[in-house]
Design a protein around this ligand. Structure first.
Ligand SMILES: [Zn+2]
Ligand SMILES: [Zn+2]
Length: 252
């Protein structure tokens, strides 16, 4: 006799969260609003940043600092999200949808601009950051270099999602070259995140991973024995409804 698996509370909450995410208009609508807020505020702040009285040397400095910070923050947010299991909260559907990335070896092919727009929709924290920086730009005398760093950081934060997408979906020569130069996220480096527990969280180019891996090792238990198990009932139901869509195991 085949024994039916017993689903635990988190697995049931995960399914309910995904039903909320996929079943109505609320969460897709929030994604769209967040996306357009992020993009319009990025355009606004970058236009202001390049018009500031900042020399080319300081502009380049701001770009480099923003690039490093965006990689670090992308990894820290990812680390936090991979361990987040508050599926029953209002933001639970976003958390549940995020966890499915570990089972996704390839994303739907889209134009890069669409990837940029779509993926900016999942960055709610970036809207708060951009609003804060817009306030600093308009109403305070904050250092112009700091304002440039903030504006470029926001753009690199959205670009980190594009870099992750290219890592999974592109084998174009230019992309591979940029990955070998560690300007984009190198595929071999990132695939460790899908194969091994609790490593290589950074999305932009992975340069922060030694530091983030240290933080993960010392302060986080990993997702294999936690949040990754919570997707099981959802995957089981999807298999039952769509037997043609196999769960692809990246370990194979
Ligand atoms: Zn992850
Ligand atoms: Zn990935």
């Amino acid at each position: 006799m085949i024994q039916q698996p017993q689903w635990d509370n988190k697995q049931l909450q995960f399914v309910e969260a995904m039903q909320r995410y996929e079943g109505g208009w609320v969460y897709p609508f929030i994604n769209k609003v967040v996306s357009w807020l992020n993009i319009s505020l990025q355009i606004f702040l970058v236009i202001l940043a390049v018009r500031l009285d900042v020399s080319l040397t300081w502009q380049i400095f701001a770009i480099v600092v923003a690039f490093v910070l965006a990689d670090l923050v992308s990894g820290l947010v990812h680390l936090y999200m991979d361990h987040n299991d508050h599926y029953a909260s209002f933001v639970g559907p976003f958390i549940a949808a995020f966890h499915l990335h570990h089972d996704t070896p390839r994303y739907t092919d889209r134009q890069l601009i669409h990837v940029y727009v779509d993926e900016s929709g999942s960055k709610q924290w970036l809207v708060v950051f951009l609003m804060l920086f817009a306030f600093l730009f308009l109403f305070t005398t904050t250092s112009p270099v700091l304002l440039c760093i903030g504006a470029y950081f926001a753009v690199f934060s959205s670009l980190s999602e594009l870099s992750h997408y290219l890592c999974h979906n592109s084998s174009a020569k230019t992309v591979r070259l940029l990955q070998r130069m560690w300007i984009l996220l190198p595929k071999k480096h990132h695939m460790q995140h899908h194969r091994v527990d609790n490593v290589n969280y950074a999305f932009l180019n992975g340069m922060s991973d030694p530091l983030i891996n240290w933080i993960a090792r010392n302060f986080y238990p990993g997702y294999r024995s936690g949040t990754e198990l919570h997707t099981a009932l959802y995957q089981h139901n999807r298999q039952t409804l769509h037997p043609d869509s196999p769960i692809i195991d990246l370990n194979k």
